[in-house]
Write a protein that binds this ligand. Structure first.
Ligand code: G3P
Length: 217
């Protein structure tokens, strides 16, 4: 499973990138706002060291305007994935931009029918939002599972980019289901390294080591 990091915080991306944990980056208007940076400038900086796809989102409502914004965003770097919303206009923009050879990430997907349409419109990535479905007492992981089945049934090569990942269980289940990619905030990716028994075991080893009076260096 590829790991994309869901942030526009360059320092956080760099830390994970140095560990080989960053296969790509996703951003959205809320994350750009949180970064306090200009979208073109921060996206360019991210693309200067991240080799994999970097998603940058259009904000227009009409297909023609989305296409114009997408073309401008794609000029930032060859690894830009233009992110368009899963609306009828977004699907039109997806079809045109993917036809031009650009990577397209269709976002704000909340149903398997929407995912089917995105694949037929040539999406490189489909972004189903797990956490936001859970927020309204639906099952976000069930959606990932359904899309996996549908895409496999028909051999679509659109990659499932599991998004709105909030918990360690989301990450684990996405890996078990076979999501192609998960995009998660740096905090979730870092939390994947933690286990209470690791901490407890280390504490005991440190105590016992101190009793030996030895040194390695
Ligand atoms: O990738 C989509 C993500 O940014 C949304 O996450 O937690 O705001 O639902 P969240």
């Amino acid at each position: 499973m590829k790991f994309f990091v869901d942030t526009a915080d360059v320092d956080a991306i760099r830390e994970l990138h140095d560990l080989g944990m960053v296969d790509g980056v996703t951003t959205n208007p809320s994350l750009i706002l949180k970064s306090g940076r200009d979208i073109l400038e921060v996206t360019k900086e991210i693309c200067s060291f991240v080799e994999g796809p970097v998603s940058a989102e259009v904000v227009a409502e009409k297909a023609a305007d989305m296409i114009a914004e997408g073309r401008k965003l794609a000029e930032i770097a060859p690894n830009i994935a233009v992110k368009v919303p899963l609306t009828w206009d977004g699907l039109k923009a997806c079809k045109v931009l993917s036809g031009e050879g650009k990577m397209v990430n269709v976002t704000l997907c909340f149903s398997s029918n929407q995912a089917l349409l995105a694949a037929k419109a040539g999406a490189t990535f489909i972004s189903p939002f797990i956490g936001r479905l859970d927020d309204i007492s639906l099952d976000g992981l069930e959606l990932i599972d359904d899309i996996r089945t549908i895409y496999d049934n028909y051999g679509f090569d659109t990659q499932i980019l599991a998004a709105s990942i909030r918990t360690l269980n989301h990450a684990r289940e996405c890996a078990l289901i076979g999501a192609d990619v998960m995009t998660a905030p740096p905090s979730v990716i870092k939390a994947m390294a933690s286990h209470v028994l690791t901490d407890k075991g280390l504490e005991q080893f440190n105590k016992d080591w101190a009793k030996t009076g030895q040194k390695i260096l």
